[in-house]
Ligand binder design. Sequence first.
Ligand SMILES: Nc1nc2c(ncn2[C@@H]2O[C@H](COP(=O)(O)OP(=O)(O)OP(=O)(O)O)[C@@H](O)[C@H]2O)c(=O)[nH]1
Ligand SMILES: [Mg+2]
Ligand SMILES: [Zn+2]
Ligand SMILES: [Zn+2]
Length: 416
Amino acid sequence: MTTVICPYCFHRAQAARLPYRCLMARTGLRGGSPCDPERDDRWASFTGASHAPAAYLKGPVFVAPRTLGGLRGPGPRAECPHCGVPTPVRVCANCHSDLPSDYCEQDSRIIALVGAKASGKSTYVSVLVNELRHRVGQAYGAALAAMGDESQRRDREMAEDLYDRLRLPDATIPSAVGFNDPLLYRLSLPRKGFGRDGSRHTALVFFDAAGEDLKSAEAMNRYTQYLSAAHGIVLLVDPLQLGAVRDTLGDADGPMPAKDTPALQIAAEIATQLRSHGHGGSRGRVGIPLAVAVTKTDTVRGLLDPHSPLLGNAPHSGGRFDEADRLAVHEETRSLLEGWDSGALWRQLERDFSDVSLFGISALGAPPPAGAPADVPAAGPQPVRVEDPLLWLLARRGLLPVARPPRENGKGVPAA
Ligand SMILES: Nc1nc2c(ncn2[C@@H]2O[C@H](COP(=O)(O)OP(=O)(O)OP(=O)(O)O)[C@@H](O)[C@H]2O)c(=O)[nH]1
Ligand SMILES: [Mg+2]
Ligand SMILES: [Zn+2]
Ligand SMILES: [Zn+2]
């Protein structure tokens, strides 16, 4: 049975039990008249007063009768009980948001993305999607497709901005100002032993909020719903927010970004919120896997050893996630943080989360040009290791084959 998690309100449901929305189409049959639009109060109260009144008038929502025997759901189309015309449109029973039809055909995996303002979230998503389509997709035999009109439109826009126009994303609008829809993708990965067409499809939901949303309690509440439903969380940490890095680099390459909420505080707040939603496991530690990625590693390249694993991409040999490589990156990032903040962030993470791994990524591969801070470097994005956090989370859920290190290399670090 397929479990669908609404990407808007994060309500869980069996796919077969999702209600339908009538399309209000003319029947052409027996002179029947189409359904009239009705005010959808449930959807209106979920989205708030952010739309014009006419937008709340929608086709009636109905629950299709279960088929004989009650064993199977009514299938991909159901006849509207009022006008008799079949409709394929499924909606969430809780918030009445329309769900893309292909979204309901596979289990959903919510990957939550958090980070302070300007930590690099939007740039990361855009580059990650591109890498999954090309280099990483090729290594794993994976395919990625945006689902639904809205995600497809934004997916195209993101790629055109970053890769064709070489423009960096604008600051994301905080949820108090506008409603940020999640980005929905279908990730298809080969299933061993199922031949050429044996793919396993997973719906990936990325919710790219604005950094400000971590500051207000009201916005944080929606954020917490999302984090609470997540199968994995990616926390982005901007090294340029750490005092020691700021002091070492100075502003020779342009001004430093304004100081924002420290990552340590964000991590602690997330843990507190998740515990209050029943996610505190043994010793109060949160069990949802947390990937903590230091972003913009291109800016600290001068502080790295020439052999640092953070300077090149993971091998992905044989289409497998390399666990020894992940451990090397984790240790390297941990020792960098040790030097930068005396290990305070890592200690906090270890106290609050039982399944956490550190990463170092650069979405752009180089800083934006000094004279054009809103532009991508002229050579285009040259990402380093952007895929690692997501692949680790997918591997944790058994969705990717893993190459494990020989035991003697484990050296006391627990294997994931
Ligand atoms: N050097 C370097 N700078 C980066 C990189 N990625 C992002 N940046 C810089 O960080 C800025 C903010 O990036 P965004 O992706 O908009 O950050 P965000 O977290 O989405 O920000 P909000 O939406 O405002 O919360 C960009 O305008 C770039 O200047 C990178 O890989 N390297
Ligand atoms: Mg953003
Ligand atoms: Zn919903
Ligand atoms: Zn109808």
